[in-house]
Design a protein around this ligand. Structure first.
Ligand code: ADP
Ligand code: MG
Length: 192
């Protein structure tokens, strides 16, 4: 994928999050404070006009900085930091090898920033399992990504606001896991 194509993918997430705002808000209302849909919609709708598409590294860096300042909540710094980190490994033409590097960097960034491990019912469960699948050359698509988010349903949250719900956090998909599905799906482009 080249810079122009990636820019289009990132900008298309503004529409995706507009469409999914209610879904994410409902999930966050169940085990959080109900702002995740609005947070994601606000962050991605600000990309237009604020991103530098002169090369792929600049595109990722300015996307990260915009998300960091506009999403807010716990997820803003997590997503923002990850895009800035990915800017240091991304190539101007993303091939399968570079996509592997990107996902590894994305997952490591969330782990580092969120101090999170697998099965704590967060966005990390989706990005890390997608990373592991890709490194094993397993096929990744929207369905597979969604299955990783669905698996957070049975987990008890031990990080973030949802952890206040303890056992009651069971039975709901984690909102950040769900938003991660859409972000990864966009990053993979035609690969997914
Ligand atoms: P807030 O929790 O501040 O209201 P959001 O609702 O925007 O922020 O985002 C909540 C999501 O952030 C959660 O569903 C979870 O996936 C993710 N999250 C929260 N804390 C962490 C953490 N320490 N590590 C990884 N992800 C986290
Ligand atoms: Mg919230």
């Amino acid at each position: 994928m080249n810079v122009k194509e990636m820019k289009a993918q990132l900008l298309s997430l503004a529409d995706t999050f507009k469409e999914k705002e209610e879904e994410l808000t409902d999930l966050d209302r169940a085990i959080g404070d109900g702002d995740h849909g609005v947070n994601m919609e606000r962050g991605f709708s600000h990309l237009e006009g604020n991103i530098d598409d002169s090369d792929m590294a600049s595109l990722f860096k300015t996307t990260g900085m915009t998300l960091m300042s506009k999403i807010g909540g716990a997820s803003g710094p997590l997503y923002g930091f990850s895009f800035v980190k990915m800017a240091s490994v991304v190539k101007d033409e993303i091939d399968n090898d570079n996509l592997k590097e990107l996902l590894k960097t994305f997952a490591d960034a969330i782990a580092q920033r969120g101090k999170v491990e697998l099965n704590e019912k967060t966005m990390y469960d989706v990005v890390e399992r997608a990373n592991e699948a890709l490194q094993k050359d397993e096929k990744l698509n929207l369905e597979k990504l969604q299955s990783y988010a669905d698996d957070t349903k049975d987990m008890v949250a031990t990080k973030g606001r949802a952890s206040y719900f303890k056992e009651d956090s069971k039975g709901y998909i984690d909102p950040g896991a769900q938003s991660m599905v859409y972000i990864l799906n966009a990053l993979m482009g035609d690969e997914s």
